[in-house]
Design a protein around this ligand. Structure first.
Ligand code: ADP
Length: 151
């Protein structure tokens, strides 16, 4: 018997969960892609957040569903607007790294009121996008805590 309370045991289990065990493949588009093509990609890839990369394949922005909806309600030609015009751009992007605790990333999702966060690593010209963590990821991890998988 460890003498630990239920709460201490739960905390211990939660703090074992790392980003790299849970991250999914990131879906990225280039800055020059049109809003129309980004919407198509969002449907085809079945994601709610797209990450935008520059010519060096480094993170330059984020596109959410509402970013694309907002751009779609005017009379503009969606084929003529590149996503870099409407995206949320660096340095205002919340990122995480593969060795971060999943619970810390969950905290960022809550605090910033966003649905997804790119997992990045440093590269010569900026940040390379290597994965994504979303609210769905956190839900999955939460459910797994009540199975034996992680004990
Ligand atoms: P939705 O727009 O569908 O509600 P989000 O809540 O994820 O989706 O996005 C809200 C806003 O925050 C959008 O303008 C989006 O570009 C921006 N955003 C989304 N993810 C991030 C992130 N990781 N870092 C910074 N801004 C983000």
């Amino acid at each position: 018997y460890t003498g630990k309370t239920g709460n201490e045991l739960l905390t211990e289990q939660v703090r074992k969960l790392k980003v790299h065990e849970y991250q999914h493949i990131p879906i990225v588009v280039k800055e020059s892609v049109s809003v129309y093509d980004a919407i198509s990609t969002m449907f085809l890839e079945d994601v709610g957040t797209l990450f935008v990369v520059d010519e060096q394949s480094c993170l330059s922005g984020v596109l959410s569903r509402k970013d694309l909806l907002r751009a779609s309600i005017g009379k503009q030609d969606l084929n003529a607007i590149p996503v870099h015009i409407i995206m949320t751009r660096m340095p205002n992007i919340t990122v995480c790294r593969k060795d971060d605790l999943l619970v810390d990333v969950a905290q960022k999702l809550m605090n910033k009121q966003i649905d997804g966060i790119p997992v990045v690593k440093d590269s010569k010209s900026g940040l390379e996008v290597v994965g994504r963590i979303t609210k769905t990821t956190i839900t999955k991890a939460f459910v797994e805590l009540i199975t034996d998988d992680h004990i």
